[in-house]
Design a binder for this molecule. Structure first.
Ligand SMILES: Cc1cc2nc3c(=O)[nH]c(=O)nc-3n(C[C@H](O)[C@H](O)[C@H](O)COP(=O)(O)OP(=O)(O)OC[C@H]3O[C@@H](n4cnc5c(N)ncnc54)[C@H](O)[C@@H]3O)c2cc1C
Length: 451
């Protein structure tokens, strides 16, 4: 990349926030996937939306690839620069702009970590609907862009469902705001209103391919009086599926999640059953007591599962498992979504692929409204088994797609572009070209579009 561009970028963000030092570029060359290393040519940490806009104008004019990065914790290879160019690191933009208690909304800059934001609103007696369980570096924009999940999904869905609007910089440098603030004088109190189609979705689940999110507004709720949970062990995947169906249809849970005994073995957790399901409840004390009692009653009546009073109430397994591995052993996560009726088949496919390639593994899984997010992990030796891991991931995605699942990310994975209905891919391509005429954002990512 030319020194001229570097000079222009330094003029925008200041020399201390622009680097092409090799040791810094290496630090940006990986995430938590089996992908990479993929180094950028330059890393910039802008301090404001205006700076992001100026950077995008330079990149667009010069045809320089741009890849946006928050905490870099994705398990997918999606924040890696596949064709060099600029990595735009938004971590310096970490201010809470406003908590508007009347509108029940918090507005913040893109780079603030999710946990810092949660601590800030909790001090004031508020909460966000979902409780995620991930690394401390996860940024609010990374989580939104990924359309992340957390406990609470049974009622509240995903991040998309608690978003009231975004501020974003388009690949050509224009700054736009979505949600009610797109109407002059309105506060950020709702996402859908009379200003036309809701364009927030252009930046969700698109992983930085359509623009740079620079600001996020989320709905907040008062913290509940009480929380409760029950844990049940199931001997077969079919019984677990049935227990989950019963709890979901009863509409009594705040969240439902599951892990398997394989995950427990690796993470050092106690597990007395092959499949462990948790149901969470929240609300007023009497309400929580009722929901927990009802869940127990329904499962007892169905005669499946056994209560596990000592079950651990969350998906601690993922973290525990990662921290117990010594390099070169690593974990790779292959995620997806599916309707609840094929839960057991999805679990069998994950076990089949793990056995075929001789990979240790662990399943973490949770309910989102009427469907599920699968978040299983395979353990592999990074020095010797990367190819094995790539093949296993390919097989698992193919099996799941045949069952009717959707993938949890497009990433660089060509299997996914091949499966998108052609008319939808053509529609997506037209929108992408309109927003990003010089194809600077996340080149080489799926869905693959030809310019
Ligand atoms: C142990 C572990 C547990 C996890 N648990 C959860 C969980 O409970 N819930 C969950 O949802 N996820 C979970 N994840 C996945 C991961 O943490 C999330 O995907 C997270 O939201 C990524 O945020 P980030 O800031 O690290 O984004 P990054 O990894 O930096 O980026 C992720 C994607 O978003 C894009 N992006 C980042 N910032 C912007 C921006 N400002 N504008 C446009 N695009 C942008 C990037 O280009 C990339 O495509 C877990 C991961 C691990 C390793």
């Amino acid at each position: 990349m030319g020194k001229e561009i570097l000079k222009e970028l330094v003029a925008v963000a200041g020399a201390e926030n622009v680097t092409d030092e090799e040791f810094e570029l290496i630090a940006y060359s990986r995430d938590w996937s089996y992908d990479g290393p993929l180094k950028p040519d330059i890393v910039i940490t802008p301090g404001s939306t205006e700076e992001v806009s100026a950077i995008m104008k330079i990149a667009n004019r010069t045809g320089t690839p741009v890849c946006v990065r928050g905490g870099g914790t994705t398990t997918t290879g999606m924040c890696l620069p596949r064709e060099g160019g600029i990595v735009l690191d938004l971590n310096r933009m970490d201010r809470i702009e406003e908590i508007d208690e009347d509108a029940m909304a918090v507005t913040m800059q893109a780079g603030i970590t999710v946990y810092r934001m949660i601590a800030f609103i909790e001090q004031r007696g508020w909460k966000i609907p979902l409780k995620p369980k991930f690394g401390s570096g996860v940024s609010i924009a990374g989580w939104a862009s990924f359309n992340g999940v957390g406990a609470g999904g049974s009622v509240y869905g995903r991040v998309t469902d608690m978003l009231l609007g975004l501020e974003a910089v388009l690949p050509t440098g224009e700054i736009v705001k979505t949600g009610s603030v797109s109407f002059q004088g309105a506060k950020p109190f709702c996402r859908y209103q009379g200003t036309g189609p809701d364009l927030t979705g252009l930046f969700l689940n698109t992983f930085g391919t359509m623009g740079v999110i620079t600001g996020v507004t989320l709905r907040v709720y008062r913290k509940p009086e009480a929380e409760g949970f029950i844990g049940y062990g199931f001997q077969t995947a079919e019984d677990a599926q049935e227990g989950i169906r019963i709890l979901t249809e009863a509409n009594i849970s705040y969240g439902i999640n599951l892990y398997d005994d394989e995950m427990c073995k690796i993470a050092g957790l106690p597990a007395a059953a092959p499949w462990v399901v948790h149901m969470f409840a929240e609300g007023w004390k009497e309400e929580v007591d009722f929901r927990v009692r009802k869940g127990r009653e329904l499962l007892e009546k169905a005669g499946i599962g056994e209560e596990m009073p000592k079950a651990i109430p969350f998906w601690y397994g993922v973290e525990g498992m990662s921290s117990r591995l010594t390099p070169p052993m690593r974990t790779a996560c292959i995620g997806g979504f599916h309707p609840l009726g094929i839960t057991a088949a999805v679990f069998h496919a994950y076990n089949r692929v793990g056995e075929k390639y001789g990979l240790r593994r662990g399943m973490v899984w949770w309910v989102i409204n009427n469907y599920a997010n699968i978040f299983p992990i395979y353990v592999y030796n990074e020095e010797e088994e990367r190819d094995v891991m790539v093949r296993a991931a390919h097989d698992l995605r193919a099996e799941w797609s045949d069952l009717g699942c959707t993938p949890d990310f497009p990433g660089p994975n060509p299997d996914i572009t091949d499966r998108i209905v052609p008319a939808y891919l053509a529609f997506y391509t037209r929108v992408k070209k309109a927003l990003d005429p010089n194809h600077i954002m996340h080149r080489g990512m799926s869905p693959r579009v030809s310019y």
